[in-house]
Design a protein around this ligand. Structure first.
Ligand code: 4AZ
Length: 278
């Protein structure tokens, strides 16, 4: 959630040129991740806002194409419920953040009506694109599961993003998309961990709500700037969007998995929004 400040400071001054190639498999972040191959995560997008100081559109959050004209991101990435769509741009189809790709315009912003803050849940928002993003190379929506998708700790799940690679370490140039495999942590276990780790351990109610999902272990996690981006799991050979990067206690700590909005919970709402705004 600190990312707007960080991105303005660290990312805004990048030049749109030809980025230096980073060898595949080089060990740098998300936290504990490595560089994503071009085209492996074709639904990953970057959400941009204009920074006057840098006179450029800077990355503030990740997002996922869930339809050729719709991006799912985190509500906390959108500054106001009645946000002006013209304040945002979407970058799609390139693992390099500032590789010079044309940005897509946003025509509608829909923040989930129940959203108050990331810690309370419903941390999702939809952005409608002015023009379909489909057709371009390395651009393809991810599937949402409409039937209950039972993700177990054995399933292969990955989180991707251009966020920090350490608690105080932004992703360095050439800003290549990072990927890391993470394990889903069961809600009850995660809630217990958060009661132990946080200053709210006397809190009686749930910290990890039913519409949240936890994933990650020590040294493998999402971090600042990954917010809004995808947690996908491969179930029976198909990739499904399972979580939206939402919050967490620090990044990559042993007893504090990353917390995600549980996409399954909101699939009916997402589908309804897409159908009612053709
Ligand atoms: C954030 O504030 C944030 N370690 C994103 C992900 C995580 C923590 C915080 C998970 O953007």
């Amino acid at each position: 959630m600190l990312w707007l400040v960080l991105s303005t400071v660290f990312l805004g001054n990048s030049v749109a040129g030809s980025p230096a190639p980073v060898p595949d498999g080089e060990l740098v972040g998300i936290i504990g991740g490595d560089s994503a191959p071009q085209g492996k995560w074709p639904w990953q997008v970057s959400l941009r806002v204009y920074a006057y100081h840098w006179a450029s559109w800077v990355h503030i959050c990740g997002g996922s194409l869930v339809h050729p004209r719709w991006v799912l991101t985190a509500a906390h990435c959108i500054s106001r419920k009645e946000a002006d769509p013209s304040a945002y741009r979407i970058h799609a189809g390139d693992v390099y953040l500032y590789g010079g790709k044309a940005l897509l315009n946003v025509s509608r912003v829909i923040v989930h009506p129940d959203y108050v803050s990331a810690g309370l849940g419903a941390d999702i928002a939809l952005l409608q694109l002015s023009d379909a993003a489909e057709g371009a190379a390395n651009v393809k929506p991810v599937r949402l599961s409409s039937a209950p998708l039972e993700v177990t700790p054995e399933d292969q799940c990955w989180v991707t993003g251009w966020g920090s690679i350490g608690m105080h370490e932004p992703l360095p140039p050439p800003y290549r998309l990072q990927q890391v495999a993470v394990r889903v942590v069961e809600n009850g276990v995660c809630d217990q961990l958060y009661h132990n780790v946080s200053s709210e351990h006397h809190q009686l109610g749930k910290i990890i709500q039913d519409d949240m999902l936890c994933a990650g272990t020590e040294g493998r996690d999402s971090c600042y700037g990954d917010s809004g981006g995808p947690l996908v799991c491969k179930v029976k050979h198909v990739w499904y969007l399972v979580g939206v990067v939402s919050w967490g206690y620090g990044c990559g700590w042993r007893d504090a998995p990353g917390v995600y909005a549980r996409v399954q919970t909101y699939e009916p709402w997402i589908t309804r929004q897409i159908q009612s705004h053709p």
